[in-house]
Design a protein around this ligand. Structure first.
Ligand code: GDP
Ligand code: MG
Length: 436
């Protein structure tokens, strides 16, 4: 998947400007990536159409780094599609009541425990877990095991076969005993059926929860969408919990569900352990679906820090052979603004892993800067005048050696040549060279 996108974006990088053909080609790959991640076909198509319009409408075609702008457009749009912002839980009410809904095996009982643990440890709440799965004695036990594990009390009435009654009594019990959150775990069936829907709708109507959460197994792909719709039609739930997002599950279901029921995804489950819970972040999920890792943040930082006007001026200078050490110095300062070298290298896909154990020196620029500072203005604009005695003077002034000065002059010379060839490579390429 990442390969595909790399290829798609490569197409863009290879050209000075994007043409309509390039945009179409890239979006075809993006669409494929979405389909691979289990996004509904119609939604994927609508999505790429929207991005295309935006790309062609904005100044993507004439921008300095069209490929990167395109990546950003795709990512922003995808984030928006999944709700944009992180959605919180409504915990007003004393106690706040949270009702779990979903099919059997979706992960309701596990998530009930995870959420109780999360609220207890991260939000200093005192939660009560309630066992309303009246069909399987094992289900009540399961919740007790979970409760013991995280040190949260579980309310159950093994003889009572009326879930509405159990839920109401549990809430009364919570009020009397100082619990401020009540999490009601319910029964599910393997497929949607009327009896289950009626039961959960009755519980919902009787206890009027602050939060009704729909729990769904992310691995079920397109089925997840149908189930979500059926539950939402009956319960008008407040949020979605995507479970089993560990391993290779790409999470395209998140997009499809959001598009169909228009309810925020609030949490994700990423394993069987009680700690395997995360607040849902649309932007991170967009990265995951696109398989781009952190390359997007790199692009964003680069965009923030590189002044386009400045870059244009430098390009002109390169073209006219006027690029000197002063410009070099300002480029170094631009790169430095972006963060530590280690951070930056870590964000380049592939490089992060490859260079994991290599020490990257944040002071790598210091010597270079010192040398440049010791040059006269003439030497900076016309490096050719730097002869042997000047080199000695510069080395002395900057606390370096003639060898180091030579090395920098050589690097600078090579770089000027390369930059002239690339015509318009911004700081990123320069940074890559300096990294070496
Ligand atoms: P319920 O029938 O909806 O209550 O589902 P359970 O909570 O009993 O979970 C069903 C199975 O899915 C159990 O084996 C859980 O351990 C497993 N499970 C739940 N959430 C996750 C998750 O986020 N990741 C993984 N890998 N397994 C999960
Ligand atoms: Mg259960």
């Amino acid at each position: 998947l990442t390969d595909k996108l790399d290829k798609a974006l490569h197409v863009l990088k290879g050209h000075g400007s994007i043409t309509e053909v390039n945009v179409a080609e890239t979006l075809k790959e993006v669409r494929r990536a979405l389909l691979d991640a289990d996004v509904n076909f119609k939604i994927a198509k609508e999505f790429t159409n929207t991005v295309k319009e935006k790309a062609l409408g904005q100044n993507v075609l004439t921008s300095l780094q069209p490929g990167q702008l395109m990546v950003k457009l795709v990512k922003d749009e995808l984030t928006e599609l999944m709700g944009g912002e992180t959605a919180g839980l409504n915990l007003s009410g004393s106690p706040a009541v949270i009702l779990m809904s979903g099919l059997q095996g979706s992960g309701k009982t596990t998530f009930s425990g995870k959420l109780a643990n999360f609220l207890k440890t991260k939000k200093s709440k005192k939660p009560l877990l309630v066992a309303c799965d009246i069909y399987r004695p094992a289900a009540i036990n399961q919740l007790h095991v979970v409760g013991d594990q995280i040190g949260v009390e579980v309310y159950s009435e093994p003889e009572n076969k009326n879930p509405v009654d159990i839920a109401q009594k549990a809430i009364a019990y919570a009020k009397q005993n100082g619990f401020n959150v009540v999490i009601v775990d319910t029964a599910g069936r393997l497929a949607i059926d009327e009896a289950m829907m009626t039961e959960i709708a009755n519980v919902h109507g009787a206890i009027n929860p602050q939060e009704t959460l729909f729990v769904v197994d992310a691995m079920t792909g397109q089925d997840a969408v149908n189930t979500a719709k059926a539950f939402n039609d009956r319960l008008n739930f407040d949020g979605v919990v995507l479970t089993k997002l560990d391993g290779d599950t790409r999470g395209g279901a998140a997009i499809s569900i959001k598009s169909v029921v228009d309810k925020p995804i609030k949490f994700i489950g990423t394993g069987e352990k009680m700690e395997a819970i995360d607040v849902f972040h649309p932007a991170r999920m967009a990265d995951r679906i696109l398989g781009m890792g952190d390359v997007v943040s790199l692009v964003e930082r680069a965009q923030e820090q590189f002044d386009e006007e400045e870059a244009r001026k430098i390009q002109k200078k390169i073209a006219k052979n006027q690029f000197g050490f002063d410009d070099f110095l300002s480029q170094i300062q631009q790169v430095k603004k972006m963060g530590s070298m280690k951070d930056l290298v870590g964000m380049i896909p592939g490089a992060g892993k490859a260079l994991k154990d290599v020490e990257i020196d944040d002071d790598a620029f210091k010597g270079i800067e010192a040398i440049i500072h010791s040059m006269t203005p003439q030497e900076r604009t016309e490096p050719a005048v730097i002869n042997g005695s000047r080199k000695k003077r510069i080395a002395n002034g900057s606390g370096t050696s003639v060898q180091q000065v030579n090395q920098l002059l050589k690097q600078f010379d090579q770089m000027s040549k390369m930059m002239k060839m690339m015509q318009g490579g911004g700081g990123k390429k320069m940074m890559q060279m300096m990294g070496k």
